[in-house]
Design a protein around this ligand. Structure first.
Ligand SMILES: O=C(O)C(=O)Cc1ccccc1
Length: 282
């Protein structure tokens, strides 16, 4: 089975994908959009992409593409501890560094460290931590550094100059497996943390009490929401869709009726699936 992931090799997403799919063919992609594209076109059956980080919050690109691609659903979530290191080409020394590259989430998760120790050095977004590390390895004359993981340092032959630079010790990223199949992924080798359902809800129009109406559909049924995130619809200021997680197993009648009630108040619901959440190793 072909599994797309946000690459290149040694990205955090690959570390997650390798644990979720140890026996499958992993296809590195240049961006989160390419991961969705690979699943949509059928080039890959599934993809692994980051959804949320405990320091920096939601990966908005992933939410946006879930919204834009209704054929793509969620099969599982997996949580992995994240440690960031600052690394340079062995031919360079840290005093010479003129720019630091990484994935925006990694730069944000290490913001205070970088601001304290490398305030004057410009930081620049890259498509992934591993792509930044690879770029540093290929450009020894450019005097650049990357924030990436230990595997990227090893694979791309870089020297780690500062270890564990994430601003909080408890740094976890939640990844999702996406596919068009709506299968439920399971893996007895991994620790299961729980079960939940995901959905995208769009209100019919911006009107007073609209969100309250949506939330009350869940509240009186005692459906516990573990995440609710609003994201702009990009049709103008003030227009949003909501990503909602409901904790626990899906009960067809009770929860199915909740979806029907949401439809009856003219909310648009894209049910992304009922799936398990797994714990991965770093
Ligand atoms: O850039 C990577 O290596 C990724 O896989 C995305 C990411 C970035 C920062 C923390 C977790 C995942």
């Amino acid at each position: 089975m072909k599994i797309a992931f946000l690459g290149p090799h040694a990205s955090f997403t690959q570390l997650a994908a390798a644990q979720l799919f140890p026996d499958d063919e992993l296809l590195p992609q240049a961006s989160i959009l390419d991961c969705f594209g690979a699943v949509e076109s059928g080039a890959a059956l599934k993809a692994v992409v980051p959804l949320e980080n405990s320091i920096e919050g939601t990966v908005s690109m992933t939410l946006d593409y879930l919204y834009k691609t209704p054929s793509i659903k969620i099969e599982a979530e997996a949580v992995m501890p994240i440690a960031h290191h600052l690394m340079i080409h062995p031919a360079n020394s840290i005093e010479e560094i003129e720019r630091i590259y990484s994935h925006p989430q990694a730069l944000a998760q290490s913001f205070h460290f970088l601001d304290t120790h490398y305030k004057e050095i410009p930081k620049q977004d890259f498509s992934s931590t591993a792509a930044a590390a690879k770029f540093v390895s290929e450009n020894k004359d450019s005097k650049i550094a990357a924030v990436a993981n230990q595997f990227a340092a090893n694979l791309y032959g870089l020297n780690i100059i500062n270890r564990n630079i994430q601003d909080f010790e408890q740094n976890h990223t939640r990844f999702i497996i996406i596919s068009k199949q709506q299968n439920k992924y399971d893996n007895s080798q991994l620790e299961t943390l729980g079960e939940k359902s995901g959905m995208l809800v769009t209100l019919p129009e911006d009107h007073p009490g609209g969100l309250h109406q949506v939330l009350s559909v869940f509240a009186w049924r005692k459906m516990n929401l573990s995440k609710i995130e609003s994201r702009t619809l990009k049709t103008g200021l003030g227009n949003y869709f909501f990503f909602i997680n409901v904790e626990g197993p899906w009960e067809d009648v009770l929860h199915g009726n909740a979806l029907k009630e949401l439809e009856s108040i003219k909310a648009d619901v894209d049910f992304l699936g009922n799936y398990k959440e797994f714990l991965l190793e770093s």
